[in-house]
Design a protein around this ligand. Sequence first.
Ligand SMILES: Nc1ncnc2c1ncn2[C@@H]1O[C@H](COP(=O)(O)OP(=O)(O)O)[C@@H](O)[C@H]1O
Ligand SMILES: O=P(O)(O)OC[C@H](O)CO
Length: 500
Amino acid sequence: MSGYILAIDQGTTSTRAIIFRTGENGLPEPVQTAQEEFPQHFPASGLVEHNPEDLWETTIRTCRDAIAAAGISAADLAGIGITNQRETTVVWDKNTGLPVHNAIVWQDRRTADYCDSLRDAGLEDQITAKTGLLADPYFSATKLRWILENTEGARDKAEAGDLLFGTVDTFLIWRLTGGRSHVTDATNAARTMLYNIQDGCWDADLLKLFDIPASMLPEVLDCAADFGVTGPHVFDGTPVPILGVAGDQQAATVGQACFAPGMMKSTYGTGCFALMNTGDTPVLSENRLLTTIAYQLNGKPAYALEGSIFIAGAVVQWLRDGLQMIGDATEAQPLAESADPEAVLTFVPAFTGLGAPYWNAECRGAIFGLTRGSGPAEIAQAALQSVAFQTRDLVQAMQADWEGAGGETVLRVDGGMANSDWTMQALANQLQAPVDRPIVTETTALGVAWLAGMQAGICPGPEEFSQTWALDQRFEPQQDAAGADTDYARWQDAVNRLIT
Ligand SMILES: Nc1ncnc2c1ncn2[C@@H]1O[C@H](COP(=O)(O)OP(=O)(O)O)[C@@H](O)[C@H]1O
Ligand SMILES: O=P(O)(O)OC[C@H](O)CO
């Protein structure tokens, strides 16, 4: 059966709407994309906010633009899939529909001191056992608590049942359905630090710990489910069902067809997120990785180990916007290739601290080894190489954590920065393992389009879908292991200097 699916990918720096057409083989193929960047707000060092109205308006505009550009109408859509930047926290008044504060973005570190106090009080182990996460400002719970504590009148309104909480998927669905659906999926819930991934429910102890009224929380559904139907305000009166939802990194895991335990993907967008499927058992990390839900179908969660790096493509954005060394992200690679081969700069892009496996919220970025000869090319090369070193940190931690990660590791890559061949080659060199880039690198949107298509009955099940995954290019290691280790030791030394 064929049909059209609209995938909404609400990311950290831009919103995309992509129309997929599902052909006879069941593979949703992208036919049109509309994309809009929106403003980032940095009220102070380490603070990152989005205006929720920007998230909503770019969503609506890109959806309408993509539908028009594809030459179809909303009535042709079998369903909508939504994937989103995770953890970012929105609180709104259910009576007015208006947010009470800007969205606090996943990168925001304002609750670092509070997280330190949780650790000092010995509460991190309990949090990890229940949620698979660490006591870090990254996750929604402490951001939500901060909004209730610091926004005038919010606590009282929340206690009275007037405020709703959501990650970005939930906020968009609430708006799309005209306030009729207050829902999320298990993958987004798993990033809040309020959801018990072992028991599959909001955790009463954690709600008490963070002082969050249960009435604020959305209902948690599978990734392929009936999330609601768009109201008449969205597509000129045509109702379209929302049938698939997953956090963007989990959607990419699905889009990369990492359905078997041991399969791993890494997505290079603003940050970098590596997820390894560990099957139906949550593997608790001993190396400061996260345990999360990769996807949940028919009430059954598949778990993953996750390594989260806060700055990957964002380092290229900094070369472009901060240093104005390049005019476009695609110029980073040719610039890096022109670097002096003898230069050994080491760039630790800890602009908002370091994520896995270090979890240091206070440290900030640094470039080591600068000489009079260091210029834009050498800095660009070190910036791209930092992504390879950070991924090696994660992959090594996964291998140490779980025996299922042994054997030959093949990393499937995607996201904007995966388009840089130089970076992907540096990655294969550091991992001493192949790196596979698929033809469709819009895996995030693909994953959620497939989830929605499966729920609509126009896409096949996981097995058939995984057979449609197609390789664009495999990067094999070209550097010997000793050389790669020497480079990596330089990185480790640089990180140690920053965090000790
Ligand atoms: N050819 C390229 N080389 C290096 N970095 C790139 C390239 N193309 C895109 N990027 C980087 O990838 C990121 C965009 O990727 P994308 O997957 O759209 O991210 P997000 O969903 O986080 O907004 C940007 O940070 C950009 O700097
Ligand atoms: O917007 P992205 O693609 O950088 O993804 C953000 C992550 O979901 C944050 O956990």
